[in-house]
Structure formats: C-alpha cells, structure tokens
Ligand binder design. Structure first.
Ligand SMILES: Cc1cc2nc3c(=O)[nH]c(=O)nc-3n(C[C@H](O)[C@H](O)[C@H](O)COP(=O)(O)O)c2cc1C
Ligand SMILES: Nc1ncnc2c1ncn2[C@@H]1O[C@H](COP(=O)(O)OP(=O)(O)OP(=O)(O)O)[C@@H](O)[C@H]1O
Length: 147
C-alpha cells in the first residue's frame, strides 16, 4: 500500500495524540525523522484517548496539522480497534516512543516480532525545558487566564 522501493529506505514510525501542537511535538518528530529516511505518523483516534482527558481538537484536524509538518512524510489516523493493524501496511523499520508513552520497548518489540512485524523500538527523550512544551501545560494556562 505504501511502496518500499527496493527496501532501501529506513522507515520510521511515530505515534501520539498531537492535540494543540507545540515545540515538544516538533522536537519529538524531528528526533524520530533523524533516525531514518522517512517518517510516518499514526495519530491516535479520539475514541482511543482514554488515558488522559479527551483531546480538544478533533482527530481529523489533529491529522491535518501533523500532515502539514515538513519532517513528516505522511500521517494517518490509527485504527479504532487494533493498534497493530496499520503497521501491516506501513511496515516500519523503527518505531519511536515518546518519553511518556506507556509502552515497554522490549515488550513491544516482542509483540511486533510475534505478529511478523519486526521493528526496533527506540525511546526519544524529553526536550529541553520550555514553558508550553506539553498539551497539558497549555490547557492549564488557558484555564488559569480564562477559566
Ligand atoms: C506501535 C503503535 C501503534 C499505535 N497504533 C494506534 C492506532 O492504530 N490507533 C490509535 O488510536 N492509537 C494507536 N497508538 C497509540 C497512540 O497513538 C498513542 O501512543 C497513545 O495515544 C498514547 O500516547 P500519547 O499520550 O503520547 O498520545 C499506537 C501506538 C503505538 C506505540
Ligand atoms: N517536550 C517534549 N519533549 C519530547 N517529546 C515530547 C514532548 N512533548 C510531547 N512529546 C512526545 O510527543 C508525542 C505526542 O505527545 P502527546 O500528544 O501525548 O502530547 P503531550 O504534550 O505529551 O500531552 P500531555 O501534556 O497531555 O501529556 C508523545 O510521544 C510525547 O512523548
């Protein structure tokens, strides 16, 4: 579906909610892109964001913003039912995890191999400090000023 010409390119995949884009997201995606030749992104579905408050920005608009970023080859909305489903089409060589993404790198690598989708899982560290490099911090400040 997403051709891999001669398998010469290293395809990296990053995932996340990407609600209210900020420089922390830019850092995360820039670091991910630097690990390979092309960066694909899976944007989390509204229905799957259950580990924190529901996103402010609807999924189609979050997708549009991520797709507009220069380091991103292509972004997609993820599956609502099975997080491994889109990987069958994207076939990444490397999957990056954010500093706060609740997956264990070794466990995820094992699960991927079990499904015939082997990939290296790499953790990207937190960026240098910045007052609004977190969606939660932006929302908190908006509430402080206007709430
Ligand atoms: C390998 C991988 C595949 C994923 N696929 C999907 C998916 O298909 N659909 C989805 O809604 N979320 C998917 N997710 C989850 C999210 O994109 C994201 O990781 C999750 O919402 C928690 O991260 P965040 O708090 O940084 O948003 C996937 C995560 C990983 C690590
Ligand atoms: N400041 C940052 N430095 C490095 N990575 C970041 C930073 N902010 C976000 N990321 C990464 O970007 C990805 C998507 O982030 P997410 O959509 O969860 O936003 P967030 O700003 O971390 O949200 P929240 O504040 O609600 O936790 C995640 O993998 C996360 O680890």
């Amino acid at each position: 579906m997403y051709p891999r010409p001669g398998d010469l390119l290293t395809r990296v995949l990053a995932t996340g909610t990407f609600d209210l884009l900020h420089p922390g997201h830019v850092y995360f995606l820039t670091q991910a892109r630097a690990l390979g030749d092309e960066l694909f992104v899976i944007v989390a579905r509204d229905s799957n964001v259950t580990h924190k408050p529901k996103p402010i920005v609807p999924e189609e608009q979050r997708l549009e913003m991520v797709n507009a970023l220069g380091m991103v080859e292509r972004a997609f909305l993820g599956s609502e039912k099975d997080m491994f489903e889109p990987l069958k089409h994207i076939r990444p060589d490397i999957i990056t995890l954010g500093y706060d993404q609740r997956f264990d790198t070794d466990m995820l690598e094992k699960e991927l191999t079990k499904r015939g989708l082997p990939a290296n899982v790499v953790r990207i560290p937190l960026s240098k400090e910045c007052p609004f490099c977190s969606t939660g911090a932006i929302i908190k400040e908006v509430l402080r000023r206007y709430g």
